[in-house]
Design a protein around this ligand. Structure first.
Ligand code: URA
Length: 231
């Protein structure tokens, strides 16, 4: 990475201010004053500004138990947003990997690592998501094969991808899908003449919502969860 990019990423200075800082001999790399802001860093150098070591921020990966009534956004004029629940710096840098509706609860993932977010959310990755569903009407047995084959959702060109439905009781089921169309689970049940009245996400890929987390609570992902998230 270039020195000026590194400094603009990990300090509050803009690229043009960094040019001035370099000109003023306030920046050192491995204790040598640098004269050019565009030099390339290998990644193991000590960069200092006015003698203070500049530490690269590590990416953050967070799981949050989303409560009812919160919007999966960084700002909303009407409702509280999930980032309000976090007590971490630079909240606005966090992206939400896989949004939930305001009336859906359960696992959401937040990160400032855009590539990781892409691996979780890009349709091509077909990352699985598992939901617990409570419905208004009894769930018929034939819905299992219907969802396995794919359902035609209103306004969509293609059938939904094969999904796995496990009926847990007359009005409840666990559904695993491999895509994330708008209101997908509600629309899939609507296509069977039923209505979802409660929806809770249990997992995304191999990451399961930690049962120790009450609604509104969060924790960092561990290394295994970060590495194996997209299988
Ligand atoms: N499907 C829905 O319908 N809503 C959600 O929040 C998530 C999946």
């Amino acid at each position: 990475m270039r020195l000026d990019k590194f400094l603009s990423q990990y300090t509050d200075y803009s690229r043009s201010q960094i040019q001035q800082l370099v000109k003023a001999a306030r920046v050192t790399v491995n204790n040598e004053v640098v004269r050019k802001a565009d030099i390339k860093l290998r990644g193991d150098e000590q960069v200092k500004l006015d003698g203070q070591l500049i530490v690269a921020f590590a990416y953050r990966y967070i799981m949050l138990h989303k409560p009812l009534g919160y919007v999966c956004a960084n700002n909303d004029s009407e409702h509280p947003v999930v980032v309000d629940l976090l007590d971490v710096p630079r909240k606005q840098d966090l992206q939400i990997a896989g949004r939930l509706d305001i009336d859906t609860t359960g696992l959401i993932l937040l990160t400032d690592d855009g590539q990781w977010n892409h691996r979780i959310t890009a349709p091509k990755q077909e990352c699985s998501k598992t939901y617990q569903v409570i419905t208004a009407e009894p769930i018929q047995q034939d819905v299992i094969s219907l969802f396995a084959q794919g359902v035609q959702l209103h306004g969509e060109k293609h059938l939904t991808r094969p999904a796995h439905l496990e009926i847990l009781s007359s009005h409840s089921a666990r559904l695993q899908i491999h895509e994330g169309k708008y209101h997908q689970v509600k629309r899939m049940f609507a296509a069977t003449g039923n209505r979802v009245i409660q929806l809770h996400r249990e997992s995304i890929g191999n990451i399961k919502l930690d049962s120790q987390l009450a609604p509104g609570e969060y924790r960092p992902l561990n290394e295994i969860e970060i590495q194996e998230s997209t299988q």
